[in-house]
Design a binder for this molecule. Structure first.
Ligand SMILES: Cc1cc2nc3c(=O)[nH]c(=O)nc-3n(C[C@H](O)[C@H](O)[C@H](O)COP(=O)(O)OP(=O)(O)OC[C@H]3O[C@@H](n4cnc5c(N)ncnc54)[C@H](O)[C@@H]3O)c2cc1C
Length: 310
C-alpha cells in the first residue's frame, strides 16, 4: 500500500507543471521543516543546536541530476564552500554528495575529479565525504566512484547501500573486497527512497527490513562501521541488539536520521549514549529531496495540503 502511495507521489512530483507550482510555493508548503537553510552560513544555528544536544551532523548541499558540466562544476564549488564554512565554524566537515550533482550522469571522469577533490578537502579539515546512493541507473557508477576515490587517497570516503534492491548483497561483497582495509570501511545502510521497477526491489516492508538487517550484520562481520540510517524503531532496536550481542565496539555503529524527522527519537538515541548523526540538507534545489520525504509518509502530504489552503 505504502509502495503504491510512494510511486504515486513520486510520479506526480515528476510532472513538470506540478514541479513548477511547488517550487514557487516551496517554503509555504513546508520544505523548511526538512531543509536547514539556503547555505551553510544560514544553517549554522541549526547545526550548533543539534551538536549541543549530542547529535553530530552530516551536511548535504541539495542538488541532483545536473544537465551540464558547468552546473556540475558550480555544485562542486558550492560543496567546497560548505566544507570551508563548516571548518571555520569549528565543525568537522562531514558532507554528503549525490553523484549526479557533480556530473555522474554526464561524464564519470568529471564526477570522479570533483568527488576526489571534495573528499580530500574534507579529510584535510578533519572530516570526510559520503556518497549518497541515487536511483538504480547510477548504482554501478557510484560504486566505481567510491573505489576510485579510495584509490586517490581519500580512504575515509563512505558509501550507501539500499536494502530494497535485490542486487545489494552482491554490491556489499564487492565493496568489502575492494576496500583498502575492510575494518576502515564505512557504509550507510538505508531502505531506499526511489520509485524503482518492481522486479528490481523487494516488494514488501518485511523483506526490506530483513535485507536491511542482513546487510548490516554482514558488514559488521567484515569489520566495517555501519551507519544505520532509518527512523524505523524496530530496525534501530534490532541492529543495536546485534552490536551488543556480538560485543562489537560502540564506534562500529552510528545511527543516522534526517533533519526534521522524528526529533524526539533522535534525542532519545543520543541521550542513551549512541553515536547519532543528523543528515542536514541545505540549499535551494530542495524539490526532489522534499518529494521523496513526502512519498515516505502520507501525513507529510497533509501538511503540504494545509499549507496550500491555509
Ligand atoms: C541519514 C539518511 C540518509 C539517507 N540516504 C539515502 C540515500 O543515499 N539513498 C536513498 O535511496 N535513500 C536514503 N535515505 C532514505 C531512506 O532510503 C528511506 O527512504 C527513509 O529513511 C525512510 O525509511 P525509514 O527507514 O525511515 O523507514 P519508514 O518505514 O519509511 O519509516 C519509519 C518511521 O519513520 C517515520 N518517517 C519516515 N520517513 C519520514 C518522513 N519523511 N517524515 C516523517 N516521518 C517519517 C515513518 O512515519 C515511520 O513511523 C536516507 C535516510 C536517512 C535517514
Amino acid at each position: 500500500m505504502l509502495n503504491l502511495y510512494r510511486r504515486a507521489v513520486l510520479g506526480v512530483a515528476g510532472f513538470a507543471p506540478v514541479a513548477g507550482v511547488a517550487k514557487r510555493y516551496g517554503p509555504r508548503l513546508g520544505a523548511r521543516r526538512f531543509v536547514a537553510g539556503d547555505d551553510a552560513a544560514e544553517a549554522l544555528d541549526a547545526l550548533v543546536e543539534l551538536r549541543s544536544s549530542g547529535r553530530e551532523v552530516i551536511v548535504d548541499v541539495l542538488g541532483e541530476y545536473v544537465a551540464t558540466a558547468d552546473a556540475a562544476r558550480a555544485m562542486a564549488a558550492e560543496v567546497a564552500v560548505t566544507i570551508e564554512t563548516l571548518t571555520r565554524a569549528g565543525i568537522a566537515p562531514v558532507v554528503s554528495v549525490k553523484p549526479t550533482q557533480v556530473g555522474l550522469a554526464l561524464d564519470r571522469d568529471l564526477a570522479a575529479e570533483h568527488v576526489l577533490q571534495l573528499a580530500l578537502d574534507a579529510e584535510a579539515a578533519g572530516g570526510s565525504l559520503a556518497l549518497d546512493m541515487e536511483d538504480v541507473r547510477y548504482v554501478d557508477g557510484t560504486l566505481e566512484l567510491l573505489t576510485r576515490t579510495w584509490a586517490g587517497g581519500a580512504a575515509r570516503t563512505s558509501g550507501v547501500l539500499q536494502a530494497y534492491l535485490h542486487r545489494t548483497p552482491g554490491d556489499l561483497e564487492a565493496l568489502i573486497a575492494a576496500a583498502p582495509d575492510p575494518r576502515a570501511l564505512q557504509v550507510r545502510i538505508v531502505k531506499g527512497a526511489y520509485a524503482e521497477r518492481p522486479d528490481l526491489v523487494h516488494g514488501d516492508m518485511r523483506a526490506i527490513r530483513r535485507a536491511f538487517v542482513a546487510l548490516s550484520e554482514r558488514a559488521w562481520r567484515a569489520g566495517a562501521q555501519v551507519n544505520v540510517a532509518t527512523h524505523d524503531e524496530r530496525l534501530i532496536l534490532e541492529t543495536a541488539a546485534f552490536v551488543r550481542g556480538a560485543n562489537l565496539s560502540a564506534d562500529k555503529l552510528e545511527f543516522q536520521l534526517l533533519y526534521g524527522v522524528k526529533p524526539g527519537l533522535q534525542r532519545t538515541l543520543a541521550e542513551a549514549g549512541h553515536a547519532v548523526r543528523i543528515y542536514v540538507p541545505i540549499g535551494r534545489d530542495w524539490y526532489g529531496y522534499f518529494s521523496r520525504r513526502l512519498a515516505e509518509r502520507p501525513a507529510n502530504l497533509a501538511v503540504v495540503l494545509r499549507g496550500l489552503v491555509g
